[in-house]
Design a protein around this ligand. Structure first.
Ligand code: PGA
Length: 249
C-alpha cells in the first residue's frame, strides 16, 4: 500500500528564527491525518529543525545533496552529513536544480544511487516544460526523465523512492495542472513503471503532484486516484495554508 504524503519545499526561504517560528506553528496546528507530513528547510536550518520537531510526527527532509561520499566539493553536502543530523529523506531532481544548477539526468542518476546506497529515501522530482506540453511531447519527456535516472535501479530500491511529478509550467506560476491533467500523467507514470518493472512496484510507489498547489485546489487534485499527495512550495511557507493543504488529503 502506498502512503499519502504532503511535503513542503521551503526552497531558499526562512532564516533560523523564521524556521523555528514556522515549525512551532506547524507542529501546534497540525491536523489529525494519516498522511506523512514532511518539511524541507534550507541546509543551515536542518539540524535545528530536526531538534525542534523531535516530538512531532513531521519529518525533516533535505532539498538536495551531492553524490560523492566526501571530498573536495566546496559548498556541497553529502548523504552521511544529512544522516548524521537525522535527515533520512532527500529531494532530488527539482526543476530549479535542473534549470539553474544544470543537474541533468546523468548527475541525478548518480545522486539517486548515492542516496539509496546510504539507505536514504529519495523524493525524485521531474516534469515537462511548457513547450513540451504545447507540442504534445510531455509524456515522452516524463518517460525519459524516469528512465534515465531511475530505471536502472534494482526492483528492491523502489520501496525507498517517492515520485513528485511537477510540470515546470506550474511551479511558482499560480497556474496549476488541472486535476484531470495530473491524474492523466500520474496514471501514465504508473503504466510506465509497470512496463519497466511490474504492477506491484507501480502500485506501491507514492506519486505526489507539485506546482501551485494551494488550499483552494488541493482537495480536488488529491481526490484523483493516482495522486498520493503533494510537494508544496509557496503555500508551505505559511502555516495556515500548509495545514489546510494537509487537511485536504
Ligand atoms: P510551488 O512550488 O508550490 O510554489 O509552485 C512547488 C515546488 O517547486 O515544489
Amino acid at each position: 500500500m502506498r502512503s499519502k504524503i504532503v511535503a513542503g519545499n521551503w526552497k531558499m526561504n526562512k532564516n533560523a528564527a523564521e524556521t523555528e517560528a514556522l515549525l512551532t506553528e506547524l507542529a501546534a496546528k497540525l491536523p489529525d491525518t494519516n498522511a506523512q507530513v514532511m518539511v524541507a528547510p534550507t541546509f543551515v536550518n536542518l539540524a535545528g529543525a530536526v531538534r525542534s520537531l523531535e516530538s512531532s510526527v513531521i519529518q525533516v527532509i533535505a532539498q538536495n545533496m551531492h553524490f560523492a561520499e566526501s571530498g573536495a566539493y566546496t559548498g556541497e553536502i553529502s548523504a552521511d552529513m544529512l544522516l548524521s543530523i537525522g535527515v533520512e529523506t532527500v529531494i532530488l531532481g527539482h526543476s530549479e536544480r535542473r534549470a539553474y544548477f544544470k543537474e541533468d539526468d546523468e548527475i541525478l542518476a548518480q545522486k539517486v544511487k548515492a542516496a539509496l546506497d546510504k539507505n536514504m529515501k529519495v523524493m525524485f522530482c521531474f516534469g515537462e516544460e511548457l513547450e513540451d506540453r504545447k507540442s504534445g511531447n510531455h509524456f515522452n519527456v516524463v518517460e525519459s526523465q524516469l528512465k534515465n535516472a531511475l530505471f536502472s535501479l534494482d526492483a528492491s530500491a523502489w520501496s525507498s523512492i517517492i515520485l513528485a511529478y511537477e510540470p515546470v509550467w506550474a511551479i511558482g506560476t499560480g497556474e496549476t495542472a488541472s486535476p484531470e491533467q495530473a491524474q492523466e500523467m500520474h496514471a501514465f507514470i504508473r503504466k510506465t513503471i509497470t512496463e519497466a518493472y511490474n504492477a506491484t512496484i507501480a502500485g506501491n510507489v507514492s506519486i505526489l503532484y507539485g506546482g501551485s498547489v494551494k488550499p483552494a485546489n488541493a482537495k480536488e487534485i488529491f481526490g484523483k486516484p493516482d495522486v498520493d499527495g503533494g510537494l508544496i512550495g509557496g503555500a508551505s511557507l505559511k502555516a495556515d495554508d500548509f495545514v489546510a493543504i494537509i487537511g485536504a488529503i
